[in-house]
Design a protein around this ligand. Structure first.
Ligand SMILES: Cc1cc2nc3c(=O)[nH]c(=O)nc-3n(C[C@H](O)[C@H](O)[C@H](O)COP(=O)(O)OP(=O)(O)OC[C@H]3O[C@@H](n4cnc5c(N)ncnc54)[C@H](O)[C@@H]3O)c2cc1C
Length: 474
């Protein structure tokens, strides 16, 4: 095959890769688009907590690629990339199939790292994909069932203790979710929720250290303490070993053991190991091994190769490794691929950071607008979920999902825990219903009174588009 007519091959169907493929298809790219991905389902990572808790269904946040790509021109290959030959323009997958490319897109993301901690790979549960979220849910349910049948109080407390390693955003969001969720699940079984313990284990004294969400630290700390079961902190603790039923750590020069029946690991990610095998000089990588790209998202020594998301970095304009960056990069790569094939120069990409969002419990969140205003509690939760559901990759899928979600929010349908929040009274339910009414009415009133201002201020949240779908403006 002539090199120019070879396909564009995309490796990894996460935020950066999937959005590159969809944008190429959408702009009627006239060359074959091949997306190679090892899994059969796309993990919408910011909403994995909702998958674990059952707040959202798996079809909503863990959809099959076949469904997402139906009707597009993308050829989906479910296989594991084994080697990439940048000089021969060739990719080999586990089944032995070979793909020669004209352009390559490297969007392989990152991989959980345990920093060589003994026992961690065996006994700690990572939380980075839909499959891992479902595995953690099953494990937690199993522990609760074991606990309810265990008369020995000490053993029961061990089964009911959850250690979460890492106090970055994923550790905090997971801790907040479990601290509201486990009491409800245990209450359903007839257990005493006060026996549950959730401990956030962190190497330093500070949560969200060096993270894009660090200005939400106080809000997050407060939320962790105000859950149904307040989250315990174990800080300045260097984890030295993970055992089947506990975490060994060093604190103030002493080795100690935290007993726990569930150990979740959110402490670190490293770039995909395949990237380390590429013939790319050390000065073309950052300290963590990520590939340095030009502002047009190309590899400086291999301009036919684009790279983005968690596996790449533009060292002149570094961005946090987030979904909101990765999906914008996917769109920019698609645009540049089209220009490349038309013999036009590629253009630098501009990232628009849209504020940050965190889940801080069931029905509770925080939306940080332009680092100036924080919208917390249920309104924060509403903005967060509306924003993410609006970003789901396929518009038909997206409309179904957002409509289902909003009607669940309005009518509290199909919500596995909506009727059994611990400690909720009819008075609180009434107050919550009024609050929900205000939350939902406010944007409608604002949109009617000041349509331009409403659009400008909230466009990044996806709420204007969401309301347009559900209640078109007059
Ligand atoms: C629990 C959690 C919560 C998060 N919350 C947020 C949030 O609230 N907001 C936010 O902006 N970001 C969030 N992030 C970060 C965000 O999800 C990542 O930055 C984003 O997914 C990066 O996109 P990517 O395309 O680079 O990589 P990924 O989304 O990781 O995709 C990489 C893909 O490559 C595939 N792959 C890897 N190796 C191979 C191989 N050898 N062969 C074939 N396929 C392969 C993987 O299966 C995967 O599908 C969160 C992350 C986690 C884990």
């Amino acid at each position: 095959m002539q090199q120019a007519s070879r396909p564009t091959v995309i490796l990894g169907g996460g935020f950066a890769g999937l959005f590159t493929a969809l944008h190429l298809s959408h702009q009627n790219y006239s060359y074959p688009i091949i997306l190679i991905e090892q899994r059969d389902r796309f993990s919408f990572k910011p909403l994995l907590y909702e998958l674990l808790s059952g707040e959202l269904h798996s079809e909503q946040v863990y959809p099959r690629y076949k469904e997402l790509l139906a009707g597009s021109s993308v050829i989906f290959v479910q296989d594991t990339v084994q080697s990439i030959d940048l000089n021969q323009h060739r990719v080999t997958v586990a089944s032995g199939e070979i793909f020669d490319y004209s352009n390559l897109v490297l969007t392989l993301g990152g991989k959980t790292t345990y920093f060589d901690t003994p026992g961690a790979a065996e006994y700690a549960m990572p939380f980075t994909s839909g499959a891992e979220a479902i595995a953690l849910r099953k494990h937690l349910r199993h522990r609760l069932h074991q606990a309810i049948q265990t008369p020995d109080i000490q053993h029961r407390r061990l089964l009911l203790s959850v250690a979460i390693i890492g106090a970055g955003p994923a550790g905090i969001e997971l801790a907040c979710t479990l601290a509201d969720l486990l009491p409800i699940w245990y209450d359903e079984l007839g257990g005493d929720a006060d026996e549950i313990r959730i401990v956030l284990v962190n190497r330093s004294q500070t949560i969200l250290k060096g993270d894009v969400n660090s200005h939400l630290r106080c809000t997050a700390e407060r939320a962790l303490r105000r859950r149904v079961i307040p989250v315990d902190f174990l800080f300045d603790a260097a984890v030295t070993e993970i055992q089947a039923d506990g975490v060994e750590y060093q604190q103030n020069g002493q080795t100690q053991l935290l007993q726990a029946g569930t150990i979740a690991w959110t402490a670190g990610t490293a770039p995909n190991p395949l990237l380390m095998e590429l013939p790319i000089l050390a000065q073309r990588r950052d300290k963590r091994g990520r590939l340095i790209v030009t502002p047009t998202l190309q590899l400086p020594d291999f301009p036919e190769v684009f790279a983005a998301g968690d596996c790449a970095i533009d060292s002149d304009n570094p961005q946090p490794p987030t979904a909101q960056v990765a999906y914008q990069q996917g769109k920019a790569i698609a645009h540049n691929l089209k220009r490349t094939r038309e013999d036009k120069p590629t253009v630098p990409m501009e990232i628009q950071m849209r504020g940050t969002l965190m889940k801080l419990g069931l029905n509770e969140g925080v939306a940080n607008l332009f680092n100036k205003v924080q919208i917390k509690g249920q309104p924060g939760h509403f903005i967060r979920e509306a924003t993410y559901l609006q970003l789901l990759p396929n518009s038909a899928h997206n409309r179904k999902v957002t409509t289902e979600w909003l009607s669940d929010e309005l009518f509290q349908r199909d919500r596995p825990f909506s009727h059994m929040q611990l400690g909720q009274t009819p008075l609180l339910s009434g107050v919550a219903a009024i609050a929900a009414g205000i939350i939902l009415a406010t944007p409608l009133i604002w949109r009617a009174a000041q349509p331009t201002q409403f659009q400008q201020n909230l466009s990044w949240t996806g709420i204007p588009a969401l309301l347009n779908q559900l209640a078109p403006p007059r």
